[in-house]
Design a protein around this ligand. Sequence first.
Ligand SMILES: Nc1ncnc2c1ncn2[C@@H]1O[C@H](COP(=O)(O)OP(=O)(O)OP(=O)(O)O)[C@@H](O)[C@H]1O
Ligand SMILES: [Mg+2]
Length: 325
Amino acid sequence: MPLLSVQDLVTEFHGPSGAVRAVDRVNFDIQPGEIFGIVGESGCGKSATCRSILRLFGGANARVAGGRIMFDDRTDLASLPERDLGKIRGNEIAFIFQDPLTALNPTMRIGRQIGEVIENHAKVSRREARERVLGLMRDVHITSPERRLDAYPHELSGGLRQRVMIAMALALQPRLIIADEPTTALDVTVQDQILRLLLDRRDKMGTAIIMVTHDIGVISEICDRVAVMYAGRIVETGAVDDVLDRAQHPYTKSLLAALPSLAQQGKPLIPIEGSPPNLLAPPPGCRFAPRCTAAHGNCSQDPAPVLMHRRGTASGHADACILER
Ligand SMILES: Nc1ncnc2c1ncn2[C@@H]1O[C@H](COP(=O)(O)OP(=O)(O)OP(=O)(O)O)[C@@H](O)[C@H]1O
Ligand SMILES: [Mg+2]
């Protein structure tokens, strides 16, 4: 039974020029203890997909306009009243933001910020909370935590701030952690430590993780399965090895050729010509067709191609290209 099942999710942002459908009928399941990657170019809807799960739109005029988000097979988060969803946030599903400075309270010492998460959800004394905070800070490899309890967010390096946010995410032992580019702003060494932390948590506690990233290297290092998004839709999904080594969709192939990755070290990067479509007026049919070197007339005709399993590929590996099917 999947821990989370996202079914036909549609999410829209409303602005002066109309509605942008940032997520357009997205489907995926996450099993307990699984690390699921979401990858794709900037603006393709990775964050919108993740934010929809907990309705964390940060003040933007956005809404889940369709579909279901089944948690534990019993609760549809998409139709859950705000009050009930609030109980799931942090407790059962935690969110790690890309930029910790915008997510942390600048006027509160970090020990207190982590402590509040614990005190808000469990009846513990301040003293007990403090001990737990120190334990969490050690878990995320913050050295001399006693000294850092009293620091304000701006006094810490980017890597330390990200660790504080991860400590807050781990505080309540959620069953799912949604990590939206948790390491993009960090240097490679710190990035590696943070990924190890998350992996360690999954291995020890069976925590499921959604990992959003631009970086194919991150996907291949820690994810079990991956979804490739383009212009609001998933165009390919499957086990990481199948998708990265035997990519089927022309967009996945272009992305792999355009992104730096360990496997491709030394090979020249081939940028993808053109740019993703304006989601206010997306092209008909396959949204990648205008940039696809293999596309022909049928590719640009509605209905939009759906994810399908292709003969000769592994089970669970599906793509949304109509060519050579
Ligand atoms: N606050 C907003 N107001 C209006 N439209 C938005 C807003 N945030 C996102 N969008 C729209 O939703 C689309 C998807 O954005 P999203 O942030 O999910 O992309 P992303 O894949 O996370 O990109 P990145 O890799 O840059 O983080 C954007 O192309 C944009 O059209
Ligand atoms: Mg994003």
